[in-house]
Design a protein around this ligand. Structure first.
Ligand SMILES: [Ca+2]
Ligand SMILES: [Ca+2]
Length: 575
């Protein structure tokens, strides 16, 4: 991810988001039992109606909330709460003085189709795989980046693999808008998919995505995760357990299809402590998630769970011996860095996953749970993932684990997020300071943490706040976009994503969450189109040039997969 080399800005066809007078709501819809809110511009009206999308008959009317100021967009808005409407159907919101809202639907499994598309986006992003028309439809393409002939970069040279050695490191997902593969960002992405399965196995057993492997006895989400896990395994040096930080060209490819690379040979680059620890955490997680499928894992995957656990422990040992190898791009490499100098959280996460998967108390001790805080996960800050896994496995943990501490870490972060949600004019947990690069994923990772607490203590506010955060990315935001390609009434058409730019298909590859609004405008010099505003919640550009607000990334889609599944399950009928 990050930075296009020579981004050729398309002539900006600014289809434009909604303007300030527009009603903002989740453009897909809601489960019958979900909280249902819309943001209405504060004008003269004090009441709202919900009308049938066909015919316009009023089915509900209510009072708007008090006008409140939302600092991130400098707007004054009122909330419409139509949670009491639970009859399945298609509706619009009507407020005097504003255009009718976009249509939305109410019905069970409101996000099933979106969830499948968000997972399919990973399939369409597979390196080393052709996408046949039978599975990819208009997004069929030739195989790119086989990575069967990858060079060991000087920074990664070891006695057994001197500079220029050739290794195979096939499969994996393209990280984002670019065609490179990064272990650190793969770590949180793959974990989040594995956690989605681990927490909601019945949902994913029924989730058919349409993969080459579909029907092989594994749920599709695990088939997809395996494509990247196979690649990650090949990034470990079997001689010492260390893990290469990334597999990359020296420079970014141009905006071409993946089978037409423009940037020469590919390299594995320098082993790093972050890569080893993220790898260790993910392999420990995958080992236990895949263990029940031992009999379905055949051929190259035979015995995989045990090999993953061994790989995890070997990477952990390497990291213990090399605790502070911080990655920095060598001078001749200019692709994404994923550099991170704070490695305590990576160590805490790996220790927690190893504790859960091996039962060895030494790993729990290594986590130092009593001094490890909880936080909203991001690629560089992963301690929250440790707490998610510990909470999930609370009932099976040994006596060394402090259950009260685990529950308290989960609940206290959720309480903070719910407080932010409750006090927000848009009723979202995002604060002004959360409008950073990838703000849409911040919202969804906040939702994921809220849902962990709801799963522990069933406090309704946590579920409603998580719903609100999904609503935010699906349209209840200041620019009025459903921020997932192919979904909603207004969604991104020009993501910073090489296949979408080069495939000759007008519609972008579907199912991708774009980064979202933030005021940094780091691509301003490359963008011919002007940002509509410098306010954080309005600073978004649906233009290919905008890598800082309109790129896609595997780590951003993963919480979309998690949260849509969780809300389908948790707001659905009792099982
Ligand atoms: Ca870190
Ligand atoms: Ca296209």
């Amino acid at each position: 991810m990050r930075r296009a080399g020579a981004a050729l800005a398309l002539l900006a066809l600014l289809s434009g988001g909604a303007d300030a007078a527009t009603i903002k709501l989740n453009q897909l819809g809601f489960a019958p039992a979900a909280a249902k809110l819309a943001v209405v511009p504060a004008a003269a009206a004090t009441s709202f109606e919900v009308v049938r999308a066909d015919g316009g008959a009023t089915v509900l009317s209510g009072a708007l909330g008090a006008p409140l100021r939302w600092q991130p967009s400098a707007e004054t808005v009122r909330l419409a709460d139509f949670s009491s409407l639970s009859t399945p159907g298609s509706y619009r919101l009507k407020v005097a003085g504003a255009p009718l809202s976009d249509a939305f639907s109410i019905g069970p499994q409101a996000y099933r189709v979106l969830n499948a598309a968000a997972l399919r986006a990973y399939y369409l992003a597979r390196a080393g795989s052709a996408i046949p028309a039978s599975l990819g439809g208009p997004y069929a393409r030739a195989l790119g980046h086989p990575d069967d002939h990858v060079l060991v970069h000087a920074s990664a040279a070891s006695p057994g693999r001197p500079e220029g050695s050739v290794i195979a490191s096939a499969k994996g997902w393209y990280d984002a808008g670019d065609y490179n593969k990064y272990v650190v960002n793969s770590g949180i992405s793959t974990y989040t998919l594995l956690a989605a399965y681990e927490h909601f196995p019945a949902y994913f057993a029924a989730q058919k995505v349409g993969l080459p492997e579909s029907g092989n006895g594994l749920p599709d989400i695990l088939n997809e995760a395996l494509w990247n896990l196979d690649w990650m395994l090949s990034m470990q040096d079997p001689a010492d357990g260390g893990v290469y930080h990334k597999l990359t060209n020296k420079r970014f490819d141009a905006f071409v299809m993946p089978d037409r690379p423009t940037s020469g040979p590919r390299y594995v680059v320098q082993k790093s402590t972050a890569a080893a620890l993220d790898f260790s955490a993910v392999m420990a997680t995958a080992a236990r998630v895949l263990a029940p499928f031992e009999h379905q894992l055949a051929g190259e995957h035979a015995g995989l769970p045990a090999r993953m656990l061994a790989a995890s422990e070997a990477a952990w040992k390497w990291a213990e011996a090399h605790p502070a190898v911080v990655f920095k791009n060598p001078p001749d490499i200019s692709t994404g860095e994923y550099g991170d100098a704070d490695l305590a959280d990576e160590r805490e996460w790996a220790a927690a996953e190893l504790y859960i998967s091996t039962g060895k108390d030494s790993y729990y001790a290594a986590m130092h749970a009593e001094r490890t805080p909880n936080s909203v996960p991001s690629w560089g800050q992963v301690q929250g993932l440790a707490w998610i896994s510990l909470a999930q496995h609370m009932a099976q943990l040994g006596p060394a684990a402090d259950r009260k501490l685990i529950a308290s870490r989960i609940d206290s972060l959720a309480a903070t997020l719910a407080g932010q949600w409750s006090g927000s004019a848009y009723k979202v947990s995002l604060r002004q300071s959360d409008f950073i690069w990838g703000s849409n994923a911040v919202a969804l990772n906040q939702a994921m943490m809220l849902l962990q607490a709801y799963r522990l203590d069933a406090r309704r506010a946590y579920l409603d706040a998580a719903q609100s955060d999904l609503d935010y990315v699906l349209g209840r935001n200041a620019v009025g976009y459903a921020f997932v390609t192919g979904f909603g009434t207004r969604s991104p058409m020009h993501p910073h994503h090489r296949p979408s730019a080069a495939d000759g298909v007008a519609a972008p590859v579907p199912g991708w969450l774009v980064g979202g609004a933030q005021a940094g405008q780091q691509d301003k010099a490359e963008c011919k189109a002007a940002y509509p505003s410098s306010l954080p919640a309005l600073s978004y550009l649906d233009d290919q040039c905008s890598y800082s607000t309109n790129e896609v990334a595997i780590n951003w889609n993963a919480p979309l997969v998690y949260v849509t599944a969780a809300l389908d399950v948790l707001t659905g009928p009792a099982k």
